[in-house]
Design a protein around this ligand. Structure first.
Ligand code: MN
Ligand code: MN
Length: 459
């Protein structure tokens, strides 16, 4: 059995574990969309000396060893580069994670009135159990882009005196039929409609409650019904991340998947100064829906960034781009399933992840005969074991559940197409993809240590 990280901590370590968890709780409490994550990550990066690559390209500023730059892709994906002493063509040490999380998106024509209630229609994003999203306080986060290109930020439901919205569930007294349905049908995807109002606008004949909500949106946010057409508004659990457990050893929050790996990867690249090879942190969008689109990992964004960085260093060539990518190492981080005694049946104990046992390395993911997996090379795992031991990092290895119980995908296989060394790694959770997920503070701490050790030593 792997050791429990809590047993390795002295009082100073424990303080550091709890302090890091506090910073992380703040991050996920404030950042509940991919746009909010990227915006905040840019602010943190700039405060730590990172410059905008776009500006450097425009101004023709050269890049050299020790420089720090970031590239922002449409406000939804971010790449950070800390240029190392070694030539870029020797390869990079890359930390990757995703900043999109399962949620409900407002449809393009979302607002309607039914029986004098104003409702918002949604289309869920990512894999969710519909029934988990009813009777919860929900918040609206997102942007509305007007025809003139101006952008309105929306965030309703997070301040102490903000209203919240929500999705109703059927009272138990009338649930005889509902209770005999299977879990996928108890609440249906199309029925995830958010209640947002019930006061009719005076002297209005048709849809007076809806009219009143539109009036309110116009007054408070200066947008109109048509503007929903060019909006991205996400319905997410309202409220802050909290300490979980009487000993405060865990964090309950929305969007651990995968902001927990994104935040710890970001902290690692900002904190680790002792690097030889160029360090990269990639925070990507769209993982939960297959990594497609301009801001997903399948996009050419990252490859283009590498070309631009080489160009800024005066050594751009097609061959150098290919070499830089091919010679790289990557920790593709995403959350794992932590062993849960309530659901022990889906796990195989020797190859499950556990709370408090550190960062998880998944040699492979995939399902049904490892189908679709990125099976990391034994040679690469051996190097990682050596690095983790060198820096006293607690780590564990795991599969996602028993053979033939299911499985999951990540972004690992996409980067592996460049012929680089990639392994799935990350932090184990309870309640993955539920509105409120749970993680261990020790694992957050050990993951950050692991990422720093990787940036420093991997070759
Ligand atoms: Mn994920
Ligand atoms: Mn996920």
């Amino acid at each position: 059995m792997r050791k429990n990280a809590w047993n390795t901590y002295n009082e100073t370590d424990k303080k550091a574990v709890f302090a890091l968890a506090d910073d992380y709780k703040n991050f996920i409490s404030n950042c509940k969309t991919e746009r909010e994550c990227v915006k905040e990550a840019i602010q943190i990066a700039e405060a730590n000396g990172y410059k905008n690559l776009e500006t450097m390209i425009k101004e023709g500023t050269p890049l050299k060893a020790h420089d720090k730059v970031y590239a922002n892709n449409m406000g939804k994906t971010l790449a950070l580069f800390h240029i190392g002493k070694e030539p870029l063509a020797n390869g990079m040490n890359i930390l990757g994670a995703h900043v999109d999380s399962p949620r409900l998106d407002l449809k393009q024509v979302p607002l309607y009135e039914d029986s004098e209630l104003a409702m918002l229609d949604t289309h869920y994003y990512g894999g969710i159990k519909y029934y988990q999203w009813v009777t919860l306080p929900l918040a609206l986060h997102g942007v509305v882009i007007k025809k003139d290109g101006s952008s309105i930020d929306v965030c309703i439901g997070e301040k102490e005196d903000d209203p919240v919205v929500g999705i109703s569930d059927l009272l138990i007294h009338l649930s005889h039929d509902q209770m005999s349905k299977n879990a996928a049908k108890v609440v249906e995807g199309e029925d995830l409609n958010v209640t947002v109002g019930s006061i009719p606008l005076k002297d209005t004949e048709k849809d007076a409650v809806k009219a009143n909500i539109l009036k309110l949106l116009k007054e408070q946010y200066d947008f109109e019904e048509e503007d929903f057409l060019s909006a991205e508004i996400e319905v997410v659990p309202a409220g802050k991340a909290r300490d979980y457990g009487l000993d405060r050893s865990m964090v309950m929050g929305y969007g651990h998947d995968d902001r927990i790996c994104a935040y710890t990867s970001l902290r690692a690249i900002l904190e680790e100064e002792d690097i030889q090879r160029t360090a990269v942190c990639l925070l990507v969008d769209k993982e939960e829906v297959g990594s497609i689109g301009a801001t997903g990992m399948h996009s050419k964004f990252f490859e283009n960034c590498v070309a631009e960085v080489l160009d800024r260093m005066g050594v751009y060539s097609e061959l150098n781009v290919r070499r830089a990518l091919k010679n790289s190492n990557m920790l593709s981080s995403d959350v794992s399933a932590a062993f849960d005694p309530n659901y022990a049946g889906v796990m195989e104990k020797n190859n499950a992840a556990y709370f408090g046992k550190g960062i998880v390395f998944n040699k492979y993911t995939g399902s049904r005969g490892k189908s679709g997996c990125n099976d990391a090379n034994a040679e690469y795992l051996a190097q990682l074991r050596d690095i983790m031991e060198k820096e006293n990092v607690c780590f564990q290895t795991a599969e996602l559940g028993k053979v033939d119980q299911g499985g999951g995908g990540t972004i690992a296989y996409i980067l592996a197409q460049y012929d680089m060394q990639v392994i799935d790694s990350g932090i184990a959770l309870h309640n993955m993809h539920a509105p409120w997920e749970v993680a261990s503070k020790a694992d957050i701490y050990e993951a950050t240590k692991a990422y720093k050790a990787f940036l420093k030593h991997a070759k």
